[in-house]
Design a protein around this ligand. Sequence first.
Ligand SMILES: C[S@@+](CC[C@H](N)C(=O)[O-])C[C@H]1O[C@@H](n2cnc3c(N)ncnc32)[C@H](O)[C@@H]1O
Length: 308
Amino acid sequence: MKFEHYPVMLTEAVEGLAVVPDGIYADCTLGGCGHTKKILSLLGEQGRVLGIDLDPAALENAALTVNDKRLITWHGNYKDILTAAKENGIAKLNGALFDLGVSSYQIDTAERGFSYMHDAPLDMRMDNTGGVTAAELVNRLSAEELAKIFFEYGEERYSRRIAQKIIERRADSPIETTGGLASLIASAYPAKELKNGNPAKRCFQALRIAVNGELDGLDKALEDAMELLVSGGRLAVITFHSLEDRIVKNTFSRFANPCTCPPDLPVCVCGKKPVAKIITKKPVVCSLRESEENSRSHSAKLRIAEKL
Ligand SMILES: C[S@@+](CC[C@H](N)C(=O)[O-])C[C@H]1O[C@@H](n2cnc3c(N)ncnc32)[C@H](O)[C@@H]1O
């Protein structure tokens, strides 16, 4: 199936990669190929893009919409970028892009079960060829585990109440649908707070992060991408919430300043040397125009580092 995705901070991210015409780039979150198409437009005949995605639908869309031999696609997790590169005979990269989170196709396609706006089976797997669905988590985890997910990944302040409602409801019958879960969450909310947007938003984000293990190993994936870069190669990362952004920020800080010596030591004895410099001292945010055109861009932050 073909689909489109509004590529967030397209110009800023691709300019940030400082594309060289015969370079090899990894688009670690291929999605609707928005960033990939722009990178391809700047490459010469020898240039290549390795497009990675967990979602088979993203690779199918790439095959249908990008007719370009310079694009190599790889189904899998960007946490396995070293394997993806090796399997495709790529020893070094000139740049790597991570545009984290879900695509609009995933959110808008009811049967993928990501959205509280459509009633569908509660799935939320980016890679729907395996793994555990959101329904399985909701029907299996303890109240404490569910509350922890809602609180830590969704900053949901009624996390315990919602978890308790889930436990009570599933004692009668399993919670199988997005609509069923969304109305249960709403029922745990004080009535006066129901006017402040859909109360399911934070818990749905939290469950999605848990189902797809979105935060686990992100730092290692960035380190592996950095390891693959040539000197002068760029790593660009777009995040959509503070939990992701904090991981990227801290990983970039370690790239630029890895020394672990106590601050009062006059000279470094740990021997750890910087591997990259940070290009974006503050994260780049999207233009007013873009945030008006695409509400999803609103929370996006772009950070760029350059390998030394
Ligand atoms: C925001 S979209 C990317 C959109 C893309 N940049 C574009 O312009 O069309 C994020 C994509 O990353 C994929 N994804 C998320 N986590 C992933 C992971 N750990 N490994 C590989 N792909 C992942 C999702 O399936 C989704 O297709």
